[in-house]
Write a protein that binds this ligand. Sequence first.
Ligand SMILES: Cc1ncc(COP(=O)(O)O)c(C=O)c1O
Length: 351
Amino acid sequence: MTLVHGGQLQQIAEQYRIPVSDWLDLSTGIAPFAYPIPNIPLQAWQQLPQKNPALITAAKQYYQCSELIVTNGSQAIIKALPELYRQENTAGRKVYLPERGYKEHAQAWTLAGYQLHFYQDSLPDITTLLPSSVLVVINPNNPTGQFFDRAVISQYHQKLKQLNGLLVLDEAFIDVMPKNQSYCSEVNDNGEDNNILILRSFGKFFGLAGIRIGFLVAGNYWCQKFKELLGPWQVNGPAQIIAEKALSDIAWHKEQCVKLHTLRLQQEAILWQAFPSKLVNSIQGCDLFLTLSFHQADNAKALYHLLCKQGVYCRLSDEQDTLRFGITLEENFKRLKIACVQACAELVSNN
Ligand SMILES: Cc1ncc(COP(=O)(O)O)c(C=O)c1O
């Protein structure tokens, strides 16, 4: 089954008969400022991608870890992991996942024949975790923004080690969390920790989702297994050059964090002004997206449609009861506010 994601502008534009160029696309959580593309030497386009030690060094420095591999987006690992894990660990068939969250995880584990157990507000009771089970944590969660701190993650990590299970930490959006709260630096016990995998997405924070690059932070065992499975040429040469430069540019990282945080605060205020509190229950998220939940769940779908009619494309959750808005540029705030006010007015008059 193909899952619905944000970023399907072409399709939505056709559906609503509005030219692509007229849309305000807030359907993803990709930063609105992209890392500037450096000059790419011709050889990078001509030759097959080669091992790039400078990229690996830059990535280890940025992610503060001792072992990682570069992949064609973190999605490549999400898709390949369950089959590989089934071959490596035949003892367990249970995986704990957030009920709401990036659905590719659930789909991949289902396809590999695992039994899914869902949790939401709190992680599953640690005393009930089964031997050889897998726990997936999306931190922060997309779309709920829910975040578990390092101490909590550490307890589950230790427990899953004892149980010979696996902790899968999807840190796709963690770059924007204050004070580097990533768990990557904890995966450094001489590469011998086989009970944890951390996924890092490059495209979101650096605003370059199109170049398809991501990283797996894990012990040596899993890194080797995935290298063998995925084979050579996972990531094209130009993407490697861009990522190497971007990951090393500390001044840009700092500036990006400040800019995104400022925009997030402004956009959150605008959404609160545009949506009356009798409609909206809460706004959660991080500095890359904001998710609105409603007192009356079916208002999300109606508002999504009313916004699309005005050429404003946000993401209606898979459960059809929340709306996620990617953080956008200041110059789009006025249009966003007007569209939201108009959508609310129409919703009220239609009811
Ligand atoms: C939570 C989460 N994890 C992973 C991914 C995959 O991203 P990528 O393959 O670009 O790294 C996404 C994409 O939206 C996501 O939302």
